[in-house]
Every structure is written in C-alpha cells, then in structure tokens.
Design a protein around this ligand. Structure first.
Ligand SMILES: Cc1cc2nc3c(=O)[nH]c(=O)nc-3n(C[C@H](O)[C@H](O)[C@H](O)COP(=O)(O)O)c2cc1C
Length: 358
C-alpha cells in the first residue's frame, strides 16, 4: 500500500503514501531567506523517493518567528529562494509543500523584536516564560491575511500545496486550546469559537489559491508537549469543520502511532479520525514510524498516508528500502553530514535524547 499513489480531492496525485514530515532545521538565513543547506537537506529526501516533502514550519509574519534560521514566507523577497526550492523538489517527482506557521506565545521576541501575543494571556511555570498579550481583533485579521498571502506566495513559487500548522501548541493550536483561549468575543470559549481562527485561516487560504492547490491542516488531537487543552472529541469536530471549509487532508500529529488515545484508552485515534471524515479526505499520521511494516500497519488502522520525521533524517532513501532494516539512532555527526544534515541541524538534533552520538 505504501507504494501506491494517492489522489487528493483537489485532484492532485501523490506518487506514494510516504511524506517527509515538516521539520524545523535552522538551516535558512538569519533574514528568513532560503539557506542552501535547507535546500540540500530537503532535496536529498525528495531524491530518496518521498512522495510528498514538506518544508519546516515557515513563518507567515515576522511576529510569529520562533527559531533562528527558520524559513520565512512572509514577504515577496522570499520568492526567489522558495521558487528554487519548489523546482528542485519537483525534479524527482515529489509533491512540494510548505508548512505555514505562526508561533504565537512560542515566537521568540529576540528574533521578532516584539512581545508575543496569543488568544489570551496566561503564565507558565517555566523559566523565562513571558506572558503573551491577548490578541486584538486587528491582530486576528492581520494574521488571517498573512496566512492567505503566504499560501499565495507558496503557489506562485511553484509549490503544490500548503499544510497549516494547527498542532503542537503554536498560534492556531493556542486558539484551539480549552485552557489558553477563554475569549468571550466569538474567537474563543466554546469549540466553535476556539476553532474560528483556524477555520477562517483555511477559508481565506482556499479563497485565494486555485482549486487544484492542496491545502491541509496538521492537528494535535490530544495533549502532548506544548499542545495543551486539547480534547479529542472537540478536535474530531474541528477536523470535520475543516473539511467543510475545504481541507484536502487532515494530518494527525501523534508522536507515537502505537499508543491508544488518552481519553479512551481502549481506542486508537486513527479509526476514529477516518470514520469522522469523508472518504475523499486524506488522513495522514506521524509518530515513531520506523519500518515499512509499521507504516503499513498505520495505513491498515485508517490512515491514507504516513509522514516520517526521525526515520527520514537517518534514512533519506526510506521509501526505496525493500525490507525493515532501517538505520536507528544514535548517529554520529559525520554520518548525519553524509545524509545532508548540516552541523547546525545536527546541533539542533541534540535536543532529541539519544539521537546524536557524541
Ligand atoms: C528536528 C525536528 C523538527 C521538527 N519540526 C517540526 C515542524 O517544524 N513542524 C511540525 O509540524 N512538526 C515538527 N516536528 C515533528 C515531526 O514533524 C514529527 O511529527 C515528529 O518528529 C514525530 O515523528 P517521528 O517519530 O517520525 O520523528 C519536528 C520533529 C523533529 C525531530
């Protein structure tokens, strides 16, 4: 099944069911323009046979930038590099996608030059945490427009689609959160209010790109890491609404596809997501998929496509493997470098326990 093509409801056909998950890699320039190391890292995975290749989370407005060396898609100046990237990824036949992102409270004021903002203001017991200011209606209108403008840039650059980063506790997921978004002005509170920003962003994107351009959304259905205040049933409803608003795919970021849901410990997420959505909307799943056997099992549970993070870093030709003998961590920096992971990206990967060998 993994090797079979997949046609999205926008009409686009992906050559196989194996995606490179969006991965922040710090390899672009300080001003957000494409870095050559970022291009080389992604091109290597496209050459390795990944049917769909997503960029890292790319910021749609400077106030949403969260990492140094993060790719930008916030202004037309980015188009030259983005166009080169899209053209290069398409050479071996990969579907080229940009992940559109705003960090909200996770943006870095040292990079953006301004305080963070989010759905509301709150405090966290984390060293250095600075409470965000609560969004004004102008902030909300501006960011919707920035996501739409960024999608238009992606399309003009030659990308075939975008993934809205609605997962992992960044801006769109902060608005979805039961705990971070108690707003009473229609942009928070109940699930309809909390979903409104993500829905309006998707609708604005859809309105400004051709019908053949793929638009999907990545979601954290349940709490993990910085994604907090997530509720499985709320998010199944949100996914259904996103389909009404024009999503071609829903990408479930699961961190571990073998786990049952936290809310219903005898139930797995994927059959529930699959059952909630129409058959022509693709479900993508990611989280600790290492082997083809594991990938096939994820498809059997209801996903239409898998996305790989860490396995794709260590195995750039993963789609071409003919058995389950994958390379696993830890890996030395020299071996990472052979796999077109620059020293800067390798240094970032030391944040993942036991991934980089010292
Ligand atoms: C280095 C690194 C950077 C990541 N950056 C992003 C990102 O920019 N956007 C995103 O949605 N997820 C990001 N993730 C999460 C991955 O897309 C993926 O969902 C996660 O790593 C689980 O899959 P895996 O077990 O195959 O690695 C990142 C993960 C890693 C390891």
């Amino acid at each position: 099944m993994l090797a079979l093509p997949l046609t999205l409801r926008c009409g686009m056909t992906i050559p196989n069911r194996i995606a490179l998950a969006a991965m922040t890699n710090l390899q672009s320039r300080p001003d957000g323009l494409l870095g050559e190391d970022e291009l080389a890292w992604l091109a290597r995975r496209a050459d390795g046979g990944f049917g769909m290749v997503a960029t890292c989370a790319a910021y749609v407005g400077l106030d949403g930038k969260a990492w140094p060396g993060e790719l930008g898609i916030d202004r037309d100046e980015c188009l030259e590099g983005l166009s080169r990237l899209a053209a290069r990824l398409r050479v071996p036949g990969a579907i080229a996608m940009v992940q559109l992102f705003h960090g909200g409270v996770r943006a870095d004021p040292a990079l953006t030059g301004e305080p963070t903002w989010s759905a509301s203001t709150w405090s966290e017991d984390v060293p250095g945490f600075v409470p965000p200011r609560a969004a004004t209606v102008d902030d909300i209108a501006r960011v919707i427009d920035q996501f739409a403008a960024a999608a238009v840039r992606a399309q003009r650059a030659g990308f075939q689609g975008v993934e809205l980063h609605g997962a992992h506790g960044y801006l769109l997921s902060q608005f979805l959160s039961r705990t971070m978004n108690p707003r009473t002005d229609g942009w928070g509170g109940d699930v309809a209010g909390r979903a409104r920003l993500l829905r309006e962003v998707l609708r604005a994107v859809r309105a400004r790109v051709p019908a053949s351009f793929a638009v999907g959304v990545r979601l954290s259905f349940e709490d993990f890491g910085q994604a907090r205040g997530m509720d499985l049933d709320d998010n199944l409803q949100v996914a259904r609404w996103l389909v009404d608003d024009g999503a071609d795919f829903i990408h479930a970021s699961m961190w571990d596809v073998s786990r049952m849901t936290a809310k219903y410990p005898d139930r797995h997420l994927l059959p529930r997501v699959r059952a909630a959505l129409p058959a022509d909307v693709a479900v993508i799943a990611a989280g600790k998929i290492w082997t083809h056997t594991e990938g096939e099992a994820v498809l059997a549970k209801g996903a239409d496509m898998i996305a790989l993070g860490r396995a794709a870093i260590l195995n750039p030709d993963w789609p071409k493997l003919t058995d389950d003998r994958v390379v696993r961590p830890p890996m030395t920096r020299a071996a990472l470098n052979e796999r077109v992971v620059s020293p800067l990206f390798a240094a970032y990967l030391t944040k993942w326990k036991n991934f980089v060998a010292d």
